[in-house]
Design a protein around this ligand. Sequence first.
Ligand code: MG
Length: 388
Amino acid sequence: MKITDVQTAVIEGNFDWVLVRITTDEGVTGLGEAYWGAGVEELIHKMRPILIGQNGFDIGRLYEKMIRGMSGAGSLAGATVTAISGVELALWDLVARKLNTPIYNLFGGRFRDKIRIYADCHHGDEPTPESCAERARAVASEGFTAIKFDLDAKNPYTRDISDDPDQRRSWYEPYNRTIGSIEREYMINVVAAVRDAVGPEMMLAMDCHWKFATSDVIQLAKGLEKYDLLWLEDPIPPENIDAQLKVTQATSTPICTGENLYRKHGFRDLIEKQAADIIAPDIPKMGGLMEAKKVADHADMYYIPVAPHNVASPVGTVASAHVCAAMQNFLVMEYHAIDVPWWSDLVTGDPVIKDGFIWLEDKPGHGLELNEDVARAHLKPGCSFFGE
Ligand code: MG
């Protein structure tokens, strides 16, 4: 089964969804997706000479060829790995369709028939306890059993350096700020209000987007212990694993991180030092399905659950769900598009998420067919539609 072409289409959703289509001389095609990012589409096109003419079954070898061909051995991070991830997802879909079996069967089969999804609720219209509670109730009524809010969002009591309310606590601001006692109390009140709104059984996570200093966030995490969070995410910047370990060991609030780590090598220290209670690889970004399975198996030896970060279209989301089905230590996967009403329409058939779960089917590959009318309607201006 020789690869004859690799093409892309960038769809404008709440992020740029970089779809990858691989065609072969046997008429079978694979559809994948890479995480958004500058240059990712161009990098995929640069890999065409590495892939065209090769046997589509040889995913492991092709993966290493892409790593070495794009920036040499030891390429561990960044847009190159993201581009390779999109190709890798398409290759698994291709091979599974050729074998007429779902992707999860190529990773050892299913531990579960449905994949629990958590809805990222961001912070509602306003980041107030009342607004977050209202948002939580609305999302819970859609059947979700797990939700997440931004705890760092535009807190009115922050000691922020910016007077621009749109800049305060935005995700790209630098981290180096203290949490004052009033600000901390406000954040705890947000969590208390949401917990009160949804009850004790709802899985409730909170995201800090790498904003805080170690000692400040330990105080915050301790203050949140009685609210039984599923996790507190990215409390401090991600680079220093020892600082991460210090936070994790200081509180019974579970600490989650990992959405900015790449490949199995990027997760090695975090896992082996047990510096997080839960890890959050972004599968269409960090290296793809097989790399994510390797990371999950590594984490499983330390009894660390896996809760993939995910901002993908249905294509990347469902492809990731297939490998999550094969992970013993899978916990829950993110859904970031609750405010994109046409998210599910990008593919044909029933809604992708029903009652807060992706129900795995037994169709070949990831089982999705692109709704080309919807895809074309949201095609990023200036981008080709798979080479057209
Ligand atoms: Mg996050």
